[in-house]
Design a protein around this ligand. Structure first.
Ligand SMILES: NC(=O)C1=CN([C@@H]2O[C@H](COP(=O)(O)OP(=O)(O)OC[C@H]3O[C@@H](n4cnc5c(N)ncnc54)[C@H](OP(=O)(O)O)[C@@H]3O)[C@@H](O)[C@H]2O)[C@@H](O)CC1
Ligand SMILES: Nc1ncnc2c1ncn2[C@@H]1O[C@H](COP(=O)(O)OP(=O)(O)O)[C@@H](O)[C@H]1O
Ligand SMILES: [K+]
Length: 511
């Protein structure tokens, strides 16, 4: 058993369908009941580890195999002499065979199984085995009551496989018939079994699941899942990026050009440019859309101002990695006569990170969308870094639809514009045409502050300038993981300029 987000490495993520296929294959290879026996034992072990002093435990079991896991755990914990109260909520249908076996062995062992919907007096731990992978709809009736009682109890909760009510694929509460979100258990710990579910790591998953543990039940990991979790910092991969030959010089590390920073939003472009420098780009140029900034220069003396004049056939495109859009306002709008540089950038830039108002401009212009879509087949590479609202504008969806299934939204956007995408937020989702989706496990709400996205965009370009041949999907994954890692242990809230320093300091700690 591991605590997933404390591990370095990449773990396969399985959609509900993939989990079912893995489960069926594992069941076919195992003796009858062996998986549930192991699952229940793992739950009991973790309960003892996270609440070693608890004497009284309430175990709330549902009508499927999730409930079966809870019943097996109940038998083990009662066998150790703990005061175990079991509530079993079941419908009119017979229990599945494994859960029926768990119920029978528990009652044979003398466990009393009731239907109470309140934590017993003196309860010190709740085990939530109500609903797992088989969640079909928003919990109603006694199921909703049980979830409310668990959440209102003030007692620590260990959820089995998933916090009950959370959808495994999306990390959202299951909606009811009126599309209102249903109740979800708020757990301190979740023990995910057999295969990792993406919904634990993105959307609302992290807030409901607490600390996430994983037991593969002895079934070896296969990488046939629908995506991958990037658990924690990937220092060995970063080290390869940061390595410098003694004989190298600034020309060895590429050039970044940042275009953005309209009046009143100069800071966004400065953050992106400073971040690209800190990431190690050899030279960083700034083309500010605000005349004042372009004239006055910046407090970072290393930054170079890009000369006045249009970007055109004379621009050394091949040498440049571009970050376009940070604080650009309407300055890139593709209105005839205004001379927006965006169409030429989309036609020419070999490596382009498009962020913030660059994305908003694209969402308003079908011409820009067509130019964007044509880039990959022309050998030009693009990374879009939208937050959920920017993604919603690009997709012409409500933002709630983006957040309701972040993996799907990132995939649809990536395929609609034929680009790589980092859909930012809790559990950033990285999607690229033909690649498995990655979910970034690092980072936390210390990053929820103005400018941290500009820092990400600049950092990505800074890395890309140094490794121009790196596949964009990999680059986006490494950059997002680095950005998130820098927030661990940082003071909350983390100011964006300080974030750059934290990310820079991680370079020094590389092995
Ligand atoms: N087999 C094994 O060896 C292993 C199994 N494992 C464990 O099994 C779990 C999956 O078990 P599962 O497929 O039985 O689904 P589960 O989550 O228990 O729920 C299904 C039941 O809930 C019901 N139901 C659904 N929604 C509802 C709602 N809103 N409100 C009320 N009821 C609702 C649904 O009824 P129905 O929709 O058919 O009316 C059905 O009766 C998995 O998460 C893991 O813990 C692992 O340990 C690996 C080894
Ligand atoms: N709760 C969180 N967990 C992990 N990362 C977060 C969280 N909140 C914000 N972030 C990260 O912070 C950054 C915010 O970017 P963005 O919203 O574009 O900010 P801005 O436009 O002000 O620069 C993104 O990289 C996002 O993934
Ligand atoms: K559960």
């Amino acid at each position: 058993m591991i605590e997933v987000l404390h591990q370095a490495g990449r773990f396969p993520l399985f959609s509900s369908e993939g989990c079912r296929a893995l489960e069926a294959a594992a069941l076919a290879r195992s003796p009858a009941r062996a998986l549930m026996a192991q699952a229940g034992l793992a739950v009991a072990r973790l309960a003892l580890a996270v609440a070693p002093h608890a004497r009284c435990i309430w175990i709330v079991c549902g009508p499927g195999n999730n409930g079966g896991d809870g019943l097996v755990a109940a038998r083990h914990l009662a066998g150790l002499g703990l005061e175990v109260h079991v509530s079993h909520l079941r419908g009119n249908k017979p229990l599945p065979a494994d859960a029926q076996w768990a119920w029978q062995t528990a009652t044979d062992a003398g466990l009393q199984i009731g239907r109470a919907l309140q934590a017993p007096d003196g309860c010190e731990l709740i085990i939530d085995a109500l609903l797992g992978l088989g969640l079909q709809r928003a919990p109603g009736g006694t199921f909703a009551q049980a979830i409310q009682a668990i959440n209102a109890s003030g007692v620590p909760v260990l959820s089995v496989d998933l916090p009950s009510g959370l959808h495994a694929d999306t990390g959202c509460p299951c909606p009811d018939a009126q599309a209102r979100p249903g109740a979800v258990v708020n757990a301190q710990h979740t023990l995910c079994l057999l295969s990792l579910k993406p919904g634990l790591f993105t959307g609302q998953g992290r807030d409901h699941a607490g600390r996430i543990w994983f037991d593969d039940l002895g079934v070896p990991a296969v990488d046939g899942g629908s995506g991958r979790l990037i658990a924690r910092g990937e220092r060995e991969r970063w080290q390869a990026l940061a390595r410098r030959a003694h004989v190298s010089h600034k020309g060895s590390y590429g050039q970044v050009l940042v275009i953005g920073g309209a009046a009143h939003m100069e800071g966004a472009a400065l953050l992106a440019a400073s971040s690209a420098l800190a990431a190690g780009a050899g030279k960083v140029h700034l083309k500010a859309l605000s005349g004042a900034l372009q004239a006055a220069g910046t407090s970072r003396l290393e930054l170079m101002r890009w000369p006045e004049g249009p970007l055109d056939g004379q621009t050394p495109w091949q040498d440049l990695t571009l970050v376009v859009g940070c604080g650009a306002g309407h300055g890139l709008d593709v209105t005839p006569g205004l001379g927006s540089p965006l169409p030429e950038i989309l036609r020419q830039a070999p490596r382009l990170v498009l962020d913030a108002d660059g994305l908003n401009t694209v969402s308003r212009s079908t011409m820009a969308q067509e130019l964007l879509r044509a880039r990959r087949s022309a050998g030009l590479r693009t990374l879009l870094t939208p937050h959920p609202l920017e993604a919603a504008r690009l997709l012409a969806w409500p933002v709630a639809q983006v957040q309701a299934d972040r993996l799907a939204a990132a995939r649809v956007l990536s395929s609609a514009l034929d680009c790589s995408v980092v859909l930012k937020g809790s559990g950033s989702v990285i999607a690229s045409p033909g690649e498995p989706v990655h979910v970034n496990g690092s980072g936390n709400a210390a990053l929820a502050g103005a400018g941290t996205g500009d820092v990400l965009a600049g950092w990505l370009a800074g890395l890309w300038a140094q490794a121009p041949a790196m596949p964009v999907h990999e680059l986006a994954t490494l950059g997002a993981a680095w950005h998130g890692e820098a927030a661990h242990g940082a003071q909350v809230p983390l100011r964006a300029a300080d974030l750059i320093e934290h990310m820079h300091a991680l370079q020094a700690s590389l092995p």
